[in-house]
Design a protein around this ligand. Structure first.
Ligand code: FAD
Length: 501
């Protein structure tokens, strides 16, 4: 690194420019303004003419923690975004045609110090007990019964289905209230310092120039700053996750809203159904190698409930990661940083963790090589673990009924995932690595749900008699059944707690 670059790296950072105002841009603006607003001058540039990707409506529970940290009132938020509660995802036809399982957000059974509850459940099966693993999970049972708590303050672990457009507006209002300056306009040119290559300003089509010290690229798949300007490079993961297209469409809500997302495997991909208060988000994620856009659209429209209220449109993507999400004085968040398909609703979560990490490592006194490296390594590690979890759904299947499923079942998978699958298959061991998003219960629900039955399990449960096992199972499942029966219907919860005006 030359001295000039070193000087630039050491410069103080106080002017933050966020390029793009989709979910990523406004999450970054909200977090930075709330937590570091007194130290920073924050500007967000967005173009109504370009618009946002307009999808991204299923979330996972950590979003609630993020909102709490920001001091967002949950009821206000749910009303403003037409949100419903999400207790997990129902996967249909994934292991085999006709199969169904729920990956819930709940804890399963109780944990012993030496091993997790599913080892006890496996031993119970061997002893002749026929309970399902899901009988020991409150959230899963509540989801199946269409129930939800009267108040989100209860113990139930849940996330939201939300309207992405309304969410961006909600966060915009929140951020502007905290002093974020919004500039409307299309970025025509990203100007760099000729020597250091650092970004200095954005030139808009109307001639405005927006200068900054640190730039957050939230311009979506185009990655206007991180890729088109800085040529950072992209690691393609489509050999593990071959879907490269999606076609979304909305329908009107019909009947009570389900408190979970549906993910239905189709011949060359899968279909989502996300219930909001007044409408349902639907879409087909597919691999264009096996299904044309017209076929995908027709397949989706054949499989929706009721009339479409929006026009279907094709979105193209490439699964993978930006080689550096922090490059020079630019940090990429959201679709600009890479893309994992929405099977486990992880993208909005990754925006939140990316923004949080940036605040934790914020380069007030200048950008240093070690800050950048740390940020990039942590981000890469986080993404690769989620990637493995998503690949698991495709690979561990008995389906070979179409060229797409034949490919997925037989493809090479990352070594890290292969290790996890073998460990579970042999002895039912599953683990949550350091700072990994998905817990043991998630891995276990998906591996069993996809049809991966372990050959062995931990010896600890063998110390129990059949009567002890019966009592253990009965006490947990009957407590859960009682709790579920006392919960109101999810639709009642929506009507009373979070109906939008
Ligand atoms: P965008 O929404 O594309 O926003 C880009 C912004 O940049 C816009 O404001 C645009 O106007 C602005 N911009 C671009 N170029 C310029 C320019 N030249 N000048 C000025 N402004 C510009 N995530 C989940 O967590 N859950 C899900 O269920 C989920 N489902 C998904 C389904 C699909 C099919 C896809 C493709 C993604 C899904 N995601 C999901 C991901 C989620 O949609 C995104 O992570 C999220 O919307 C963030 O998008 P973004 O803000 O990065 O990009």
């Amino acid at each position: 690194m030359n001295t000039k670059t070193d000087d630039k790296l050491r410069g103080r950072i106080s002017r933050v420019v966020i390029a793009g105002g989709g979910t990523a841009g406004w999450i970054a603006a909200a977090a930075l303004s709330k937590k570091l607003g007194e130290l920073l001058d924050i500007t967000l540039v967005e173009s109504e003419q370009i618009g946002t990707v307009g999808v991204g409506e299923a979330t996972i529970p950590p979003l609630r923690t993020f909102h709490r940290l920001l001091g967002i009132d949950e009821q206000d938020f749910m009303r403003a975004t037409q949100a419903t509660a999400k207790l997990g995802i129902a996967f249909e036809n994934w292991g085999r045609q006709g199969d169904r399982y729920i990956h819930s957000f709940g804890r399963i059974g109780t944990s012993a110090w030496l091993c997790d509850f599913h080892h006890f459940w496996l031993r119970g099966r061997e002893m002749g007990f026929d309970a399902e693993l899901g009988d020991f999970c409150l959230e899963l049972q509540a989801a199946e019964a269409g129930k939800f708590a009267t108040s989100p303050k209860s113990e139930i672990n849940f996330a939201y289905h939300l309207d992405a457009g309304r969410y961006a507006k909600f966060l915009r209002c929140f951020s502007e209230g905290l002093g974020v300056r919004r500039v409307e306009g299309k970025i025509r040119e990203v100007r760099k310092n000729a020597e250091s290559g650092f970004i200095e300003s954005l030139l808009l089509e109307d001639g405005q120039v927006v200068e900054g010290d640190l730039f957050i690229d939230c311009t979506g798949f185009r990655g206007l700053l991180i890729e088109q300007t800085l040529k950072t490079g992209y690691e393609d993961w489509s050999h593990w996750l071959p879907c490269d297209s999606a076609v979304p469409v909305q329908t009107e809500a019909k009947g009570p809203a389900l408190p979970y997302t549906r993910s239905i495997a189709r011949e060359s991909g899968w279909q989502w159904r996300i219930p909001l208060q007044q409408r349902v988000g639907n879409g087909l994620v597919y691999c264009s190698r096996y299904l044309s856009d017209d076929e995908a659209t027709a397949q989706l429209l054949e499989n929706i409930d009721g009339e479409a209220i929006t026009e279907p449109r094709v979105i193209r993507f490439k699964t993978g990661r930006r080689r550096k999400v922090w490059n020079k004085n630019c940090v990429a968040l959201g679709l600009a940083s890479g893309f994992l398909e929405p099977l486990e609703s992880t993208s909005i979560h990754l925006i939140v963790t990316g923004a949080t990490r940036l605040m934790q490592l914020f380069p007030f006194d200048g950008i240093t090589r070690s800050l950048v490296d740390e940020y990039n390594e942590l981000s890469q590690d986080e993404l690769e673990k989620i990637r493995d979890f998503i690949v698991l759904h495709y690979h561990v299947t008995q389906r070979e009924d179409s060229p797409f499923w034949h490919y997925c079942k037989n493809m090479q998978i990352p070594e890290s995932l292969d290790h996890r699958i073998r460990l579970f298959q042999e002895r039912a061991h599953a683990f949550q690595a350091d700072s990994e998003l998905f817990r043991v219960d998630s891995w276990v629900q998906v591996m069993l749900g996809q049809g991966l039955m372990p050959e062995g399990y931990h010896p600890l449960p063998r110390l129990m008699t059949k009567e002890e096992m019966r009592r253990l199972q009965q006490s947990i499942s009957s407590t859960i059944a009682r709790a579920v029966s006392s919960l109101p219907d999810h639709q009642d919860f929506i009507d009373h707690y979070c109906k939008s005006n």
